[in-house]
Design a protein around this ligand. Structure first.
Ligand code: AMP
Ligand code: GLY
Length: 417
């Protein structure tokens, strides 16, 4: 098989690397990919994710068995619809199914309709009405701009004033290019992520994971795409996972069919374990980054064969490592998620029991890998316990020259309490 992965981040590096590990796979292409992936034998293709016609032509002329779509913006732009219209096999939701991610308002409608537990909410397009509602509810309160805002469209406001400022920015100052806000009840509890491979009415759960969204240690600083993760979440009882599957994954998968928008792709539920059980804070229509880099290394079955079977409506035999834990620490450009410089030299690729997944990197004129984005690379390892994995990764990170870069020193600490 020859396979194509759409995207260029650490998530796509992990997907492509795992696909390439299959004895049945002769080549994995990543479009556009990144220069770090090449070190693992992945072939990069210089086509942008929004050039659907060029991507389709590439898949056809290279006999691609199936294409795996990584990023949400490609899905929201209807890349799956276009590939399917061209008769190509592709893994990801159609634009209408991916609306679960690209419209938070649509996601809320589905959850209400199918009794999926989530935070209470109301949608507004008028500032004055939103302001009255926010004042009546008080803080803490959560405000979300409706639509894709690449992680910047949410504020967990600790005061009413902060909530009003953000709401004004969305509705009156047009800072996000969105015309609606969702005002949401603040959910108190531990956050975790649940991922499923979905093909219409069939779903196959993956191990749980926990992301670290804030930029700095002890969950301080701005929200980022994710600064590190581990899988599974050892202190999460199986009963909670089972409840989440029954009350969240199953009704959404069936609900999407009932709505005439059958879902194929990764279904990613961002959850908070409240005193009343797990509740949804958001759905994503794709794999998480950096969660993928800690989940996929735990897959022991042939990923490419699993995906081919799933797409052909055969039952895929996914198998996973049973014990231990996999940890990943993101190394980012100093300044991320704000402004940062590019072109900073980055350390050598790791070998042995530590894997490097590359994201915001490029090769300079001499072939040296340098920074080219906010999140630059992630180091991943597996061990018996979270603290063992932390010891391995942090020892290695301290020995690397990370001038101009930074990372969190506490990835996985929540699992150690
Ligand atoms: P989202 O973009 O919806 O994932 O929100 C970004 C982050 O804000 C989440 O990862 C949570 O940490 C936090 N968050 C979002 N919604 C809520 C909520 N209703 N209650 C508490 N925290 C939330
Ligand atoms: N790690 C969070 C995300 O992929 O959205």
């Amino acid at each position: 098989m020859k396979l194509l992965v759409i995207g260029s981040g650490g998530r796509e590096h992990a997907i492509a690397k795992k696909l390439l590990a299959s004895p049945e796979v002769t080549a994995v292409y990543a479009a556009p990919g990144n220069a770090g992936m090449v070190l693992d034998g992945i072939e990069t293709v210089a086509i942008h994710i929004n050039q659907h016609a060029e991507l389709i032509e590439f898949a056809q002329s290279n006999d691609i068995t199936f294409t795996f779509v990584g990023p949400d913006d490609a899905l929201a732009a209807g890349i799956v619809d276009d590939f399917e219209a061209a008769g190509l096999s592709v893994f990801g939701p159609t634009k209408r199914a991916a609306e679960l991610e690209w419209s938070k308002d649509f996601a809320k409608q589905i959850m209400n309709q199918y009794d999926v537990p989530t935070a209470g909410h109301k949608t507004f397009s008028e500032f004055s009405q939103a302001a009255t509602y926010i004042a009546s509810k008080g803080a803490p309160i959560v405000i979300k701009a409706d639509g894709l805002a690449l992680g910047k469209g949410v504020v967990v406001a600790e005061t009413v004033a902060q909530a009003l400022d953000f709401t004004r920015d969305v509705l009156e100052n047009n800072k996000f290019g969105k015309s609606r806000v969702i005002v949401e009840e603040f959910l108190d509890g531990e956050e975790f992520s649940l991922f499923a491979f979905v093909k219409n009415d069939k779903y196959y759960m993956m191990p749980t994971a926990q992301d670290h969204k804030r930029a700095y240690d002890h969950d301080k600083g701005p929200n980022t795409g994710g600064m590190g993760a581990y899988s599974p979440v050892p202190h999460l009882p199986q009963s909670v996972v089972d409840t989440a599957v029954e009350t969240i994954i199953k009704p959404v998968v069936n609900g999407m069919i009932a709505e005439g928008r059958p879902y194929t792709g990764i279904l990613y539920a961002g959850l908070i374990l409240t005193a009343d059980g797990p509740k949804v804070i958001e759905f994503n229509a794709r794999f998480g980054d950096p969660e993928t880099q800690v989940i996929l290394p735990r897959l022991t079955s042939d990923f490419a064969v699993n995906m081919r079977d799933l797409l052909a409506d055969k039952t895929p035999d996914f198998t996973w490592v049973n014990g231990g834990v996999t940890l990943g620490v993101v190394v980012a450009s100093e300044g991320y998620p704000g402004d940062y410089i590019k072109g900073v030299k980055i350390p050598e690729k790791t070998t042995g029991n530590i894997t490097t997944y590359y994201a915001g990197v490029m090769a300079d004129a001499t072939g040296q890998l340098v920074t080219n984005g906010g999140r630059v690379y992630l180091l991943e390892t597996s061990a018996d316990t979270v603290s063992d994995a932390q010891a391995i990764l942090y020892k290695h990170l301290k020995a690397q020259d990370t001038t101009g870069l930074f990372y969190r020193n506490d990835i996985g600490d929540k699992a150690n309490v």
